[in-house]
Design a protein around this ligand. Structure first.
Ligand code: BGC
Length: 394
Protein backbone atom coordinates (compact mmCIF):
# COMPACT_ATOMS: atom_id res chain seq x y z
CA UNK A 1 0.00 0.00 0.00
CA UNK A 2 1.07 3.61 -0.19
CA UNK A 3 4.45 4.09 1.31
CA UNK A 4 5.71 7.28 2.85
CA UNK A 5 9.46 7.11 2.71
CA UNK A 6 11.65 9.30 4.85
CA UNK A 7 14.29 10.38 2.44
CA UNK A 8 16.35 13.45 3.08
CA UNK A 9 18.24 13.08 -0.17
CA UNK A 10 15.04 13.05 -2.12
CA UNK A 11 13.85 16.14 -0.26
CA UNK A 12 17.04 17.97 -1.22
CA UNK A 13 16.55 16.91 -4.84
CA UNK A 14 12.97 18.19 -4.69
CA UNK A 15 14.01 21.51 -3.22
CA UNK A 16 16.56 21.96 -6.02
CA UNK A 17 13.99 21.08 -8.64
CA UNK A 18 11.51 23.62 -7.35
CA UNK A 19 14.06 26.35 -6.89
CA UNK A 20 14.86 25.95 -10.55
CA UNK A 21 11.60 27.75 -11.33
CA UNK A 22 8.58 25.48 -11.11
CA UNK A 23 6.12 28.32 -11.37
CA UNK A 24 7.87 30.24 -14.10
CA UNK A 25 6.13 28.32 -16.83
CA UNK A 26 5.63 31.54 -18.71
CA UNK A 27 6.12 32.88 -22.17
CA UNK A 28 9.64 31.63 -22.76
CA UNK A 29 8.10 28.28 -23.75
CA UNK A 30 6.31 30.05 -26.56
CA UNK A 31 5.11 27.56 -28.96
CA UNK A 32 8.02 26.00 -30.69
CA UNK A 33 7.28 22.43 -31.70
CA UNK A 34 9.78 20.16 -30.03
CA UNK A 35 10.31 16.45 -30.25
CA UNK A 36 12.17 14.40 -27.65
CA UNK A 37 13.08 10.97 -28.92
CA UNK A 38 13.23 8.31 -26.29
CA UNK A 39 14.00 4.80 -27.53
CA UNK A 40 13.24 5.02 -31.20
CA UNK A 41 11.75 7.24 -33.87
CA UNK A 42 8.24 6.14 -32.94
CA UNK A 43 8.67 6.25 -29.17
CA UNK A 44 8.75 9.97 -28.52
CA UNK A 45 7.21 13.09 -27.07
CA UNK A 46 6.15 16.09 -29.11
CA UNK A 47 5.36 19.50 -27.65
CA UNK A 48 2.90 21.99 -29.11
CA UNK A 49 1.08 25.06 -27.82
CA UNK A 50 -2.46 24.27 -26.68
CA UNK A 51 -3.79 27.67 -25.60
CA UNK A 52 -3.48 30.55 -23.18
CA UNK A 53 -4.72 31.13 -19.66
CA UNK A 54 -6.79 34.29 -19.10
CA UNK A 55 -3.58 35.94 -17.74
CA UNK A 56 -1.68 35.08 -20.92
CA UNK A 57 0.29 32.16 -19.50
CA UNK A 58 0.88 29.56 -22.16
CA UNK A 59 -0.50 26.04 -21.88
CA UNK A 60 1.36 23.34 -23.77
CA UNK A 61 0.29 19.97 -25.05
CA UNK A 62 2.70 17.03 -24.94
CA UNK A 63 1.94 14.03 -27.11
CA UNK A 64 3.47 10.81 -25.80
CA UNK A 65 3.74 8.12 -28.46
CA UNK A 66 4.96 4.54 -28.19
CA UNK A 67 6.25 2.09 -30.80
CA UNK A 68 2.82 0.50 -31.20
CA UNK A 69 1.20 3.79 -32.13
CA UNK A 70 -0.57 4.55 -28.85
CA UNK A 71 -0.81 8.31 -28.33
CA UNK A 72 -1.56 10.24 -25.15
CA UNK A 73 -2.02 14.02 -25.15
CA UNK A 74 -1.28 15.68 -21.82
CA UNK A 75 -1.71 19.42 -21.31
CA UNK A 76 0.10 21.46 -18.69
CA UNK A 77 -3.24 22.83 -17.44
CA UNK A 78 -4.30 20.38 -14.72
CA UNK A 79 -1.96 17.69 -16.10
CA UNK A 80 -5.08 16.77 -18.05
CA UNK A 81 -5.09 13.80 -20.40
CA UNK A 82 -7.13 15.22 -23.27
CA UNK A 83 -6.77 12.31 -25.73
CA UNK A 84 -5.63 8.70 -25.42
CA UNK A 85 -5.76 6.25 -28.30
CA UNK A 86 -6.05 2.51 -27.72
CA UNK A 87 -6.31 -0.39 -30.20
CA UNK A 88 -9.41 -2.51 -30.73
CA UNK A 89 -9.18 -6.23 -31.53
CA UNK A 90 -8.50 -5.40 -35.20
CA UNK A 91 -5.67 -3.07 -34.30
CA UNK A 92 -7.58 0.18 -34.91
CA UNK A 93 -6.50 2.94 -32.57
CA UNK A 94 -9.27 5.25 -31.35
CA UNK A 95 -9.55 7.92 -28.70
CA UNK A 96 -11.08 6.39 -25.54
CA UNK A 97 -11.15 9.28 -23.05
CA UNK A 98 -13.60 12.13 -22.55
CA UNK A 99 -12.22 15.63 -23.02
CA UNK A 100 -12.02 18.63 -25.34
CA UNK A 101 -9.93 19.76 -28.30
CA UNK A 102 -9.39 23.31 -27.00
CA UNK A 103 -8.30 24.87 -23.71
CA UNK A 104 -11.25 27.23 -23.25
CA UNK A 105 -13.67 24.32 -23.02
CA UNK A 106 -11.84 23.18 -19.86
CA UNK A 107 -12.53 26.50 -18.09
CA UNK A 108 -16.27 25.98 -17.65
CA UNK A 109 -18.10 23.74 -15.24
CA UNK A 110 -16.21 20.59 -16.21
CA UNK A 111 -16.31 17.49 -14.00
CA UNK A 112 -12.52 17.00 -13.84
CA UNK A 113 -12.18 15.32 -17.27
CA UNK A 114 -8.73 13.68 -17.44
CA UNK A 115 -7.30 15.83 -14.65
CA UNK A 116 -4.78 15.34 -11.88
CA UNK A 117 -6.59 15.71 -8.57
CA UNK A 118 -5.07 17.26 -5.44
CA UNK A 119 -4.48 17.98 -2.74
CA UNK A 120 -7.23 15.52 -1.84
CA UNK A 121 -9.06 13.13 -4.14
CA UNK A 122 -12.78 13.01 -3.31
CA UNK A 123 -14.63 14.54 -0.36
CA UNK A 124 -13.68 15.83 3.08
CA UNK A 125 -16.79 16.20 5.24
CA UNK A 126 -17.85 19.76 6.03
CA UNK A 127 -14.56 20.97 4.51
CA UNK A 128 -12.83 20.52 7.83
CA UNK A 129 -10.30 18.34 9.61
CA UNK A 130 -8.00 18.49 12.61
CA UNK A 131 -4.33 17.75 12.81
CA UNK A 132 -2.32 17.87 16.06
CA UNK A 133 -5.16 19.67 17.79
CA UNK A 134 -5.53 22.39 15.16
CA UNK A 135 -8.68 22.62 13.04
CA UNK A 136 -8.27 23.48 9.35
CA UNK A 137 -11.13 24.85 7.28
CA UNK A 138 -11.01 24.04 3.59
CA UNK A 139 -12.74 25.56 0.58
CA UNK A 140 -16.27 24.15 0.26
CA UNK A 141 -17.08 23.42 -3.36
CA UNK A 142 -19.57 20.55 -3.08
CA UNK A 143 -22.47 21.65 -0.93
CA UNK A 144 -21.15 21.67 2.64
CA UNK A 145 -18.18 19.48 1.66
CA UNK A 146 -14.74 19.87 0.10
CA UNK A 147 -14.24 17.93 -3.16
CA UNK A 148 -11.11 17.14 -5.22
CA UNK A 149 -8.88 19.78 -3.64
CA UNK A 150 -11.33 22.69 -3.61
CA UNK A 151 -12.16 25.64 -5.82
CA UNK A 152 -8.75 25.87 -7.48
CA UNK A 153 -7.44 22.35 -7.14
CA UNK A 154 -4.48 20.83 -8.98
CA UNK A 155 -6.80 20.25 -11.95
CA UNK A 156 -6.78 24.02 -12.53
CA UNK A 157 -3.07 24.72 -12.06
CA UNK A 158 -0.58 25.17 -14.87
CA UNK A 159 2.08 22.57 -14.20
CA UNK A 160 5.72 22.74 -15.25
CA UNK A 161 6.48 19.91 -17.67
CA UNK A 162 9.77 18.22 -18.56
CA UNK A 163 9.93 15.46 -21.14
CA UNK A 164 12.59 12.90 -20.29
CA UNK A 165 14.62 10.65 -22.46
CA UNK A 166 14.77 7.20 -20.87
CA UNK A 167 14.70 3.58 -21.94
CA UNK A 168 11.39 3.05 -20.12
CA UNK A 169 9.27 4.76 -22.71
CA UNK A 170 7.98 8.27 -23.28
CA UNK A 171 8.27 10.06 -19.93
CA UNK A 172 6.71 13.37 -18.95
CA UNK A 173 7.47 14.83 -15.52
CA UNK A 174 4.98 17.38 -14.20
CA UNK A 175 5.68 19.51 -11.14
CA UNK A 176 3.80 22.17 -9.23
CA UNK A 177 3.83 23.88 -5.87
CA UNK A 178 0.83 24.46 -3.65
CA UNK A 179 1.41 27.34 -1.24
CA UNK A 180 0.98 26.99 2.52
CA UNK A 181 -2.71 27.62 3.24
CA UNK A 182 -3.88 27.07 -0.34
CA UNK A 183 -7.56 26.00 -0.31
CA UNK A 184 -7.12 25.84 3.48
CA UNK A 185 -4.44 23.11 3.67
CA UNK A 186 -1.44 23.48 5.94
CA UNK A 187 2.09 23.31 4.56
CA UNK A 188 3.75 24.23 1.30
CA UNK A 189 3.45 21.14 -0.86
CA UNK A 190 5.81 20.37 -3.74
CA UNK A 191 4.31 17.81 -6.07
CA UNK A 192 5.79 15.70 -8.82
CA UNK A 193 3.78 13.44 -11.15
CA UNK A 194 5.56 11.23 -13.67
CA UNK A 195 3.62 9.90 -16.64
CA UNK A 196 5.42 7.09 -18.49
CA UNK A 197 3.92 5.56 -21.62
CA UNK A 198 5.56 2.16 -21.98
CA UNK A 199 5.95 -0.16 -24.97
CA UNK A 200 3.26 -2.37 -23.36
CA UNK A 201 0.47 0.15 -23.98
CA UNK A 202 0.58 1.07 -20.35
CA UNK A 203 0.53 4.49 -18.73
CA UNK A 204 2.47 4.31 -15.50
CA UNK A 205 1.79 7.16 -13.07
CA UNK A 206 4.03 7.91 -10.11
CA UNK A 207 2.93 10.62 -7.68
CA UNK A 208 5.31 12.16 -5.15
CA UNK A 209 5.04 15.09 -2.76
CA UNK A 210 6.91 16.73 0.10
CA UNK A 211 5.66 19.23 2.65
CA UNK A 212 7.17 21.68 5.11
CA UNK A 213 4.37 21.21 7.73
CA UNK A 214 2.26 18.20 8.72
CA UNK A 215 -0.61 17.96 6.24
CA UNK A 216 -2.86 15.50 4.39
CA UNK A 217 -2.42 14.35 0.78
CA UNK A 218 -4.40 12.04 -1.50
CA UNK A 219 -3.60 12.40 -5.20
CA UNK A 220 -5.36 10.72 -8.10
CA UNK A 221 -6.18 10.87 -11.81
CA UNK A 222 -9.71 11.59 -13.03
CA UNK A 223 -9.81 10.24 -16.58
CA UNK A 224 -13.24 9.17 -17.87
CA UNK A 225 -12.89 6.13 -20.15
CA UNK A 226 -15.27 5.04 -22.87
CA UNK A 227 -13.65 2.00 -24.47
CA UNK A 228 -16.12 1.95 -27.37
CA UNK A 229 -14.24 4.88 -28.92
CA UNK A 230 -17.60 6.49 -29.67
CA UNK A 231 -18.64 9.08 -27.10
CA UNK A 232 -22.28 8.93 -28.12
CA UNK A 233 -22.39 5.49 -26.46
CA UNK A 234 -22.80 5.04 -22.73
CA UNK A 235 -20.55 2.70 -20.72
CA UNK A 236 -23.32 0.40 -19.43
CA UNK A 237 -22.10 -2.46 -21.66
CA UNK A 238 -18.54 -2.30 -20.28
CA UNK A 239 -17.76 -5.34 -18.15
CA UNK A 240 -16.01 -4.24 -14.99
CA UNK A 241 -14.05 -6.22 -12.41
CA UNK A 242 -13.00 -4.72 -9.07
CA UNK A 243 -10.56 -6.61 -6.85
CA UNK A 244 -12.52 -5.72 -3.74
CA UNK A 245 -14.61 -7.73 -1.28
CA UNK A 246 -15.92 -4.59 0.44
CA UNK A 247 -16.86 -1.01 -0.34
CA UNK A 248 -17.54 2.14 1.63
CA UNK A 249 -21.24 3.00 1.94
CA UNK A 250 -21.94 6.74 1.94
CA UNK A 251 -24.40 9.16 3.54
CA UNK A 252 -26.66 11.44 1.49
CA UNK A 253 -23.73 13.85 0.91
CA UNK A 254 -21.57 10.97 -0.45
CA UNK A 255 -19.34 10.93 2.65
CA UNK A 256 -18.35 7.41 3.80
CA UNK A 257 -20.22 6.37 6.91
CA UNK A 258 -17.11 4.58 8.21
CA UNK A 259 -18.47 1.09 7.59
CA UNK A 260 -16.60 -1.37 5.33
CA UNK A 261 -19.52 -3.30 3.86
CA UNK A 262 -19.07 -6.68 2.10
CA UNK A 263 -20.05 -6.54 -1.59
CA UNK A 264 -21.29 -10.12 -1.69
CA UNK A 265 -24.92 -10.42 -2.71
CA UNK A 266 -25.19 -6.68 -3.52
CA UNK A 267 -25.06 -4.64 -6.76
CA UNK A 268 -21.57 -3.62 -5.59
CA UNK A 269 -20.13 -7.07 -6.24
CA UNK A 270 -17.69 -6.74 -9.16
CA UNK A 271 -15.40 -9.52 -7.96
CA UNK A 272 -16.27 -11.27 -11.25
CA UNK A 273 -16.68 -9.34 -14.53
CA UNK A 274 -20.13 -7.73 -14.70
CA UNK A 275 -21.74 -5.30 -17.13
CA UNK A 276 -21.94 -1.89 -15.49
CA UNK A 277 -25.60 -1.61 -16.47
CA UNK A 278 -26.65 -4.93 -14.98
CA UNK A 279 -27.60 -3.63 -11.52
CA UNK A 280 -27.02 0.11 -11.82
CA UNK A 281 -30.74 0.81 -11.45
CA UNK A 282 -31.22 -1.67 -8.59
CA UNK A 283 -33.58 -0.80 -5.78
CA UNK A 284 -30.75 -0.17 -3.36
CA UNK A 285 -30.27 2.82 -1.07
CA UNK A 286 -26.54 3.13 -1.85
CA UNK A 287 -27.12 3.02 -5.61
CA UNK A 288 -29.77 5.71 -5.18
CA UNK A 289 -27.45 7.93 -3.14
CA UNK A 290 -24.76 7.76 -5.82
CA UNK A 291 -27.23 8.04 -8.71
CA UNK A 292 -25.45 4.86 -9.83
CA UNK A 293 -21.94 3.83 -8.81
CA UNK A 294 -20.01 6.61 -7.10
CA UNK A 295 -18.27 4.82 -4.25
CA UNK A 296 -14.87 3.82 -3.00
CA UNK A 297 -14.10 0.09 -3.06
CA UNK A 298 -11.70 -1.33 -0.48
CA UNK A 299 -9.05 -3.12 -2.53
CA UNK A 300 -8.07 -6.63 -1.47
CA UNK A 301 -4.50 -7.08 -0.34
CA UNK A 302 -2.38 -8.48 -3.14
CA UNK A 303 0.87 -10.42 -2.97
CA UNK A 304 2.85 -7.45 -4.17
CA UNK A 305 2.27 -4.00 -2.77
CA UNK A 306 1.54 -3.00 -6.36
CA UNK A 307 -1.36 -5.22 -7.41
CA UNK A 308 -4.36 -5.69 -9.67
CA UNK A 309 -7.19 -3.30 -8.75
CA UNK A 310 -9.68 -3.25 -11.61
CA UNK A 311 -10.42 -3.94 -15.24
CA UNK A 312 -12.95 -2.86 -17.82
CA UNK A 313 -13.71 -4.79 -21.02
CA UNK A 314 -15.72 -3.58 -23.99
CA UNK A 315 -17.02 -6.74 -25.74
CA UNK A 316 -17.77 -5.15 -29.11
CA UNK A 317 -14.32 -3.66 -29.71
CA UNK A 318 -12.40 -6.16 -27.56
CA UNK A 319 -10.65 -3.34 -25.68
CA UNK A 320 -9.45 -4.19 -22.18
CA UNK A 321 -8.21 -1.72 -19.59
CA UNK A 322 -6.47 -3.00 -16.46
CA UNK A 323 -5.61 -0.90 -13.44
CA UNK A 324 -2.79 -1.70 -11.00
CA UNK A 325 -2.00 0.30 -7.89
CA UNK A 326 -0.40 0.41 -4.45
CA UNK A 327 -3.35 2.44 -3.08
CA UNK A 328 -5.88 0.92 -0.65
CA UNK A 329 -8.97 2.14 -2.52
CA UNK A 330 -10.51 2.84 -5.89
CA UNK A 331 -13.36 5.25 -6.56
CA UNK A 332 -15.53 3.73 -9.28
CA UNK A 333 -17.65 6.52 -10.72
CA UNK A 334 -19.98 5.86 -13.63
CA UNK A 335 -20.46 9.42 -14.87
CA UNK A 336 -23.89 9.71 -13.27
CA UNK A 337 -23.75 13.51 -13.16
CA UNK A 338 -22.95 13.91 -16.88
CA UNK A 339 -26.06 15.35 -18.46
CA UNK A 340 -25.39 16.19 -22.10
CA UNK A 341 -24.44 19.81 -21.32
CA UNK A 342 -20.87 19.49 -22.65
CA UNK A 343 -20.01 19.08 -26.33
CA UNK A 344 -17.95 16.00 -27.12
CA UNK A 345 -14.73 15.94 -29.14
CA UNK A 346 -16.39 14.07 -31.95
CA UNK A 347 -19.71 15.93 -32.19
CA UNK A 348 -22.77 15.38 -30.00
CA UNK A 349 -22.53 15.76 -26.24
CA UNK A 350 -21.30 13.82 -23.23
CA UNK A 351 -24.46 12.19 -21.97
CA UNK A 352 -25.26 10.51 -18.66
CA UNK A 353 -22.86 7.60 -18.04
CA UNK A 354 -20.85 8.20 -21.21
CA UNK A 355 -17.63 7.65 -19.27
CA UNK A 356 -16.37 5.73 -16.25
CA UNK A 357 -13.60 6.66 -13.82
CA UNK A 358 -11.33 4.32 -11.91
CA UNK A 359 -9.65 6.64 -9.40
CA UNK A 360 -7.02 4.91 -7.29
CA UNK A 361 -6.68 6.62 -3.93
CA UNK A 362 -6.91 6.53 -0.15
CA UNK A 363 -10.46 6.57 1.15
CA UNK A 364 -12.56 9.74 1.00
CA UNK A 365 -12.74 11.74 4.23
CA UNK A 366 -9.80 9.85 5.80
CA UNK A 367 -8.61 12.94 7.72
CA UNK A 368 -11.85 12.68 9.74
CA UNK A 369 -11.99 8.90 10.04
CA UNK A 370 -9.35 7.46 12.31
CA UNK A 371 -10.02 3.84 11.34
CA UNK A 372 -9.13 4.56 7.67
CA UNK A 373 -5.50 4.30 6.48
CA UNK A 374 -3.84 7.62 7.17
CA UNK A 375 -3.34 10.33 4.56
CA UNK A 376 -1.04 12.33 6.81
CA UNK A 377 2.29 13.55 5.42
CA UNK A 378 5.02 14.94 7.67
CA UNK A 379 7.98 17.12 6.79
CA UNK A 380 10.99 14.95 5.85
CA UNK A 381 8.75 12.22 4.38
CA UNK A 382 7.93 11.69 0.73
CA UNK A 383 4.37 10.92 -0.25
CA UNK A 384 4.48 8.19 -2.87
CA UNK A 385 1.63 6.63 -4.84
CA UNK A 386 1.84 4.43 -7.91
CA UNK A 387 -0.82 3.42 -10.45
CA UNK A 388 -0.78 2.05 -13.97
CA UNK A 389 -3.43 1.82 -16.67
CA UNK A 390 -2.72 -0.93 -19.16
CA UNK A 391 -4.55 -1.54 -22.44
CA UNK A 392 -4.85 -4.82 -24.32
CA UNK A 393 -7.51 -6.64 -26.37
CA UNK A 394 -9.29 -9.96 -26.24
C1 BGC B 1 -16.82 11.80 -7.44
C2 BGC B 1 -18.19 12.21 -7.92
C3 BGC B 1 -18.06 13.52 -8.63
C4 BGC B 1 -17.09 13.32 -9.78
C5 BGC B 1 -16.87 14.58 -10.57
C6 BGC B 1 -15.93 11.65 -8.62
O1 BGC B 1 -14.65 11.31 -8.20
O2 BGC B 1 -16.88 10.61 -6.70
O3 BGC B 1 -19.09 12.31 -6.85
O4 BGC B 1 -19.28 13.96 -9.10
O5 BGC B 1 -15.87 12.89 -9.27
O6 BGC B 1 -16.63 15.63 -9.76
Amino acid sequence: MKTIKASLLFFVFFAALFNSGCKENKKENQSEQETVNTESEKNHIEKNAFGEMPDGQQVDKYTLTNDNGMEIDVITYGGIITRWTAPDKDGNYEDVVLGFNDLDSYFGDVPYFGALIGRYGNRIANGQFSLDGETYTLAKNNGPNHLHGGITGFDKKVWKAEPESTGDGAVLVLTCTSADGEEGYPGKLDVKVTYTLTGDNELDIQYEAVTDKPTVVNLTQHTYFNLSGDFSNDILDHEVTLNASAYLPVDAGLIPTGELRPVEGTPFDFTKPKAVGKEIEADNQQIQRGGGYDHCWVLNETEDDFGFAASAYHPETGRVLEVYTDEPGIQFYTGNFLNGALASKTGGTYGKRSGLCLETQHYPDSPNQEAFPTTRLNPGETYSSHTSFKFSTK
